[in-house]
Write a protein that binds this ligand. Sequence first.
Ligand SMILES: [Zn+2]
Length: 396
Amino acid sequence: MRKIDLTNFQVATTGTARDINRRIVLNLIRKHQPVSRADLSRRSGLQRSTVSAITEQLIAQRWVTEGAIGHLPRGRKPTFLHLNGQRAGIIGVNIRPLNTTIALAGLDMEFLSHESMLTGTDPQRFVSELSRRLSEIIKAHPEMDFEGIGVAVPGRVDLASQKLVFAPNVGWAGLDLKTPLETATNLPVELENAANVCALAELWNGQHGEGIRHLVAVTVSEGIGVGMILNGQLLRGPTGLAGEFGHVTIREDGPICRCGNRGCWEVWASNTAAVRFYSNTASHCNLPPSAPRFEDLLRLAEQNDPKAVEALEKMAHYLGLGLATLVTGLAPDVVVLFGEFTQAWQRMEPLIRKVLKERQPTHASTKIVPTDPSTQPRLRGTIALVLQKHFGLPYI
Ligand SMILES: [Zn+2]
């Protein structure tokens, strides 16, 4: 049960029930398409006439289209409904410290186009190049109604100012991405932390079953990000800073992190940490130029290079330690792991599970699963970020 906030509430009107039922029907169509009106009535428990009225509205608004005629042994032949893939163009932008990818998707979250650009270090140059590319995508598709732009950022977004805050791996704290991108494209821009975006992708598109309400996403790349869905809702905290488990100290005798703190989880368990173990250097922020890239480290481990194997094993140990903290503290249904390291899952999984077993006294039944990187969860989550405005429940 959620406590009613007496400083910020909206009373229910007759339109509220209609809006909620409309969203339920829209979600049922998304889940079961192609689906008949009779089936929608049976699945929702709504009367046939209510379902008809809602679907007429959805068709008029071009969210849904009527497709093939079904075959039943007798009686009227039902017309099947499905989401209108042409209705909405959604642009997703995934900003990582080195590379940024941009994709165009339809309502079905399938990508229609895909491109990438260098992120660079100058935020102003980056914003103007990104604006130019977004405008070109919009211009190239005059047949589409564009719904909005979802952007995954390697940092946290302040809920009040919508500016980037706490982004130690790009160093762009205070940057306003939303205003220039909205001005350039004339579309609403939704910014969200990359780990939160991954959690949304799993909630909307993951293979965890319908009943999943408590899901934690852990993204391991240059740093470590955590996104939490608790009670079916993304947890942002009052300002947007919730979830920074990557910057919780897990060993005080560790090196200084890019955030300024010492011994954070990410200096022990990120890709950068593994490269540091391999290079045998003390500093986390200044790795020697000779240090391999994490992808090279994975390849070396594959060839059974002992130093690379040792580095990955050490990374796995510390991943397990941090995961044990998350599972003990939050006991979610599932923790989904994202990142290049999942390519070495066979090697790392036993070590991660061993630490979890030793350091997880509550024996919570949380599942720990690596995600399939080929589904591009970060980019797909940026699409979910825009779509959830239409498919999620309204805040009452
Ligand atoms: Zn840190």
